[in-house]
Design a protein around this ligand. Structure first.
Ligand code: HEC
Length: 186
């Protein structure tokens, strides 16, 4: 009986240990016959950054750019999730800076450029050493490349900033002509 339990335990441990390894092996597999993924550029790249899969800007700024809803974190602290990008008065350069660096001050607008705040890429002329950690939101998820940050600014300025969100841009965002989320614009 005890031997049986031991064998079971050993099997469970072996399975737990081999799991990360199995995941690693699967990740290494490459399908040489699969068609190459299209390389996104311009607006298409910008949309993919804005969507949940990459930068997840929509979580705080809303997929129609009008801003998100306030929410409470696990410690009961209230956060303003993000302003309307439709009302933003920023230039493209200012947007690139805030997306790369995050907002200076006590804000949850994350940093998206991995090298931001380093001596070779200061933010608003300052490096991390000059600004307390509590004043910077820091990297939040996977960082973005510079061209991805430029592309998401192109998307913001094309579809949201100073604009009435259009059916055309809504369908582009969802990537399908029958997106139910766009019905209110039809
Ligand atoms: C966790 C929430 C959150 C996420 C995710 C987020 N933001 Fe923000 N963002 C904010 C908040 C909050 C501010 C307001 C900062 C302030 O002024 O205090 C802001 C400000 C901005 C501004 C400045 C707007 C203005 O005119 O003041 C831009 C542009 C912006 N975000 C773009 C983005 C983009 C692009 C992404 C995705 C790559 C993104 N944000 C992801 C919360 C978020």
């Amino acid at each position: 009986m005890i031997a049986g339990v031991r064998a079971l335990l050993a099997a469970a441990v072996a399975a737990a240990v081999s799991l990360p390894f199995a995941a690693f092996v699967v990740a290494q597999e490459f399908d040489f016959d699969a068609p190459p993924k299209p390389v996104l550029t311009g607006i298409d790249l910008g949309i993919s950054v804005y969507r949940p899969e990459l930068g997840n800007c929509q979580l705080c700024h809303g997929w129609s750019g009008l801003g998100g809803n306030a929410f409470e974190d696990n410690n009961g602290k209230q956060w303003d999730p993000g302003p309307s990008l439709v009302d933003s008065k920023m230039t493209a350069e200012e947007m690139i800076e805030i997306i790369s660096c995050g907002k200076l001050g006590h804000s949850i607008m994350p940093q998206y450029l991995e090298d931001a705040w380093k001596p070779e890429r200061p933010c608003w002329g300052k490096t991390a050493a000059e600004v307390p950690d509590t004043e910077r939101a820091g990297l939040w998820g996977a960082p973005l490349y510079v061209d991805e940050i430029e592309a998401v600014v192109l998307w913001i300025q094309t579809a949201y900033q100073g604009k009435q969100f259009s059916l055309e841009h809504c369908l582009l965002y969802f990537g399908t002509p029958d997106a139910a989320g766009c019905n209110y614009l039809r």
